[in-house]
Design a protein around this ligand. Structure first.
Ligand code: UDX
Length: 434
């Protein structure tokens, strides 16, 4: 199949590369000339395990190429995926400017039948608007179909999620478009779920909101565990063993962050309000998420008393491990809360430092290049992202380097008893008595 992907950001680049890997011919289009030049010369703008090799292999096999020309993409493909950003606006609703612009640009060069697929996460009923826009701006009156095909990629394992998906959701109102979509996904050998366009759009928002709901649920339980002396890990294991519930997304911590959950939940709240059916439950999900960080800060204050001028080590700045993505990272919000209170924060992250520097996200924080450098003379160590690397640090050395041996484990990464045996005072999340 000949495929164009408009937008070479996270979703577009990974999706296009994986389509090429299964044998399709893919043109990735982006209006950022610098990015396209970099990609053409083999430089990958994001860190995602396995992606770089895959891009190089498929470019070499001539199945994958990069261009700034939408016309090139539209002319030389049967199916065009839109994977441009859908950033949040101040009221939580989605800014659909980029989608609308791409719809107009496609319309201006569309000459014959194409399937136009919305891959970006958008509020329900966007597909209808994309179709209206293309119809209005397309002078050639070409035939086309609009399809919704949401992505469910997790950063850090996006390649694997795409190559081995749980399910493929295709929202289509035409058999012709559906047949082409099935052909694209045939090599992935995953269950395909066919719906109307509106349902497919809703599936994406409802799925992410439900996962965030699970996280907030266990975080609310973690507060009760702390107040009662129970252990949230054991509670999560106990309820997660019920197949109807499942253990995943029941890890208590500092709360969810990243470029998807906070934005998608806000967007789902906004569209539900616009439709006259407000989703109050999701507001509580947001409130618990915010509260989780505040509870953690209170724990720090309760132990350290005054935070001003305290030297605090922070491990982890990315919004989760195995990514260099620092967008809407709870770890960064926490670091900035601490520096605002006058603490001297020294932070380390295995992959995120460069982006934190580039976007000046933690202006008052000293960024260092190793976990041990961060803890030197620290009065407390805070674990804000659960990188595997941190588990393997020599904690006797950490104990020796720290000024006072206190650990605040915001992701329940470490074993409390081992840490106490090593002489640390250990505080986890929802680990009342352990
Ligand atoms: C998410 C969805 O999982 C994915 O399907 C969708 O396409 C995009 O959004 P992603 O943002 O990459 O993916 O991260 P995810 O692994 O889902 O984690 C999101 C946040 O939740 C992270 O901040 C993570 O630390 C937090 N989290 C996750 C928890 O606090 N507890 C958990 O049990 C799971």
């Amino acid at each position: 199949m000949e495929i164009a992907i408009i937008g070479s950001g996270y979703v577009g680049l990974v999706t296009g590369t994986c389509f090429a890997e299964v044998g399709h011919n893919v043109i990735c289009v982006d209006n950022d000339e610098r990015k396209v030049k970099a990609l053409q010369s083999g430089t990958i703008p994001i860190y995602e395990p396995g992606l770089e090799d895959l891009v190089h292999r498929n470019v070499a096999a001539r199945r994958l190429r990069f261009t700034t020309s939408i016309e090139d993409g539209v002319d030389n493909s049967q199916v065009i995926f839109i994977a441009v950003p859908t950033p949040p606006q101040s009221d939580g609703s989605v800014d659909l400017t980029y989608i609308e612009r791409v719809a107009r640009e496609i319309a201006s060069v569309l000459k014959g039948y194409r399937v136009i697929v919305d891959k970006s996460t958008v509020p329900v009923k966007t597909g209808e608007k994309v179709a209206d826009t293309i119809r209005r701006y397309n002078k050639a009156e070409a035939e086309f179909d609009v399809v919704s095909n949401p992505e469910f990629l997790r950063e850090g394992c996006a390649v694997d999620d795409l190559m081995r998906p749980d399910r493929i959701v295709i929202g289509a109102n035409s058999d012709r478009a559906l047949a082409l979509m099935r052909k694209i996904y045939e090599p992935f050998m995953a269950p395909v779920m066919v719906t109307d366009i509106n349902s497919a759009e809703l599936i994406k928002h409802a799925a992410n909101s439900f996962l965030a709901l699970k996280i907030s649920y266990i975080n609310a339980v973690s507060a009760i565990c702390e107040a009662s002396g129970a252990d949230v890990q054991k509670v999560a294991d106990g309820i997660g063993a019920d197949k109807r519930i499942g253990r995943s997304f029941l890890s208590a911590g500092l709360g969810y962050g990243g470029s998807c959950f906070p934005k998608d939940i806000a967007a789902f709240i906004a569209i539900s309000e616009q439709l006259g059916t407000p989703f109050h439950l999701l507001k509580e999900v947001q409130r618990i998420n915010q509260n989780q960080r505040e509870r953690f800060l209170k724990k720090l204050r309760d132990t350290l008393w005054v935070l001003k001028e305290k030297r605090l080590a922070v491990w982890g700045l990315t919004f989760k491990p195995d990514t260099d993505d620092v967008r809407s990272s709870v770890a960064i919000e926490l670091v900035n809360d601490l520096t605002r209170e006058g603490a001297h924060v020294v932070a380390y992250d295995p992959k995120g430092i460069e982006k934190v520097r580039e976007f000046k996200l933690c202006p008052d924080t000293v960024l260092v290049s190793s976990a041990l450098d961060a803890v030197r003379d620290a009065e407390a160590l805070i674990i804000a992202t659960e990188w595997k690397e941190f588990e393997n640090v020599d904690f006797s050395e950490v104990r020796r380097l720290m000024h006072t041996p206190l650990i605040f484990d915001g992701r329940n990464l470490l074993d409390p008893n081992t840490m106490r045996d090593l002489g640390f005072q250990y505080h986890g999340i929802g680990r009342g008595t352990v």
